[in-house]
Design a binder for this molecule. Sequence first.
Ligand code: NAD
Ligand code: IPM
Ligand code: MN
Length: 352
Amino acid sequence: SRVITLAVIPGDGIGPEVVSEAVKVLEAVTAGSDIVVDSHYFSLGAARFLDTGDVLSDVDLEAIKQHDAILLGAVGGTPGDPRLADANIERGLLLKLRFSLDHYVNLRPSVLYRGVPSPLAEPGDVDFVVVREGTEGPYVGNGGTIRQGTQNEVANEVSVNTAYGVERVVRYAFATASARPRKKLTLVHKTNVLVFAGSLWQRIVNEVAIEFPDVAVDYLHVDAATIFLVTNPARFDVIVTDNLFGDILTDLAAAISGGIGLAASGNINPDGRFPSMFEPVHGSAPDIAGKQLADPTAAILSVALLLDHLGLAEQAARVNAAVIADIAARTGEARGTAEIGDAIARSLSRND
Ligand code: NAD
Ligand code: IPM
Ligand code: MN
């Protein structure tokens, strides 16, 4: 049998609710096969910080590293909670994981499934994937402030772009485009203003393009990209972009393709040196936490990305198909978090 070791970080708010359903589906799709999922739970996030003062200790980080993959729900408290001001859960936990585990590809697919309402009148055939750089840009924490708290304060937050870092994510994006039927890659940046980083990204895209003559390449400034995501999202196949543009574009991408409750993501270390981490794009949603109101579909689709990453393409496809069937059968009647997870898990067991 094949044993998969999984580090599970349910986190805060709706995180534990959606992760329960994702684990349920993972169990259903592997039940009766030779795949054994060996899960270890890590209690991390705002709740753990308030309890013990820990954000992500080196001991926890080392333990997490020993797994084949990571499944994360969501971390973070209510925005603005003063008790969490020092914790900086987002930087100290989520970004620390992405940076320490060299998750340089942040993969965020957007598919508008049949039966899913979009806020767009004519969305067309929405099926694209954003390859967001995951370890550089303004996220690295290269910055500082002087004269803090005075009227003369100057706060800098430098966007770091290395040739090494840009090339590896661009190469991944080309390979992704080359493997898709439409074979189209759009670089999104802001080369008209961010001239140093912009020319680095554009030059590397031009260079790597030579190795992928089958891929059609185009370019959009990020502001224009937000127009086309709303007016003509079907024009996109693979988007490659930096860490911050990718963060913003993927919430918009989620909104046009069924909402944040359906948006899955993978923080990938393609070299396989470190475990990759799979999580819904959404956060801990303190406004609906504890009420079984969260849609677990984003977390369940993240399990499909996880299975694919581990080479279990057939199981991944079955999870995707079960989700698509569940979505197509939705009547508009409200279902609780566990009801949705149960329905998807049950349909997987039936197919065995
Ligand atoms: P959020 O994504 O948690 O919530 C935004 C809105 O979407 C809310 O109205 C929420 O109810 C709704 N929503 C989110 N997920 C949903 C789901 N599965 N089903 C139905 N509705 C859903 O964003 P926020 O409010 O800006 O952030 C809340 C906390 O989460 C903050 O502490 C933030 O830093 C953190 N956060 C964490 C991650 C992560 O762990 N990966 C990602 C984003 C935000
Ligand atoms: C996301 C989130 C994170 C990001 C935050 C919580 C650090 O918004 O996963 O999209 O900006 O990457
Ligand atoms: Mn985000």
